[in-house]
Write a protein that binds this ligand. Structure first.
Ligand SMILES: [Zn+2]
Length: 49
């Protein structure tokens, strides 16, 4: 599952496919995929050199 966020109004929608338009403001082509927030476990803050 991916999360898509509207660049215009900030509304978010999750789904498998990228929405063609924002469900909130109906702007087209503004939905951008967001990185999923993964729980700590990789190298986030403890492996900086
Ligand atoms: Zn929007």
């Amino acid at each position: 599952m991916a999360v898509f966020k509207c660049e215009k109004c900030g509304a978010t929608k999750d789904g498998r496919c990228k929405p063609k338009k924002c469900p909130a403001c109906a702007a087209e082509g503004c939905m951008q995929k967001q990185e999923e927030k993964k729980p700590a476990g990789g190298c986030g803050c403890c492996c900086k050199k």
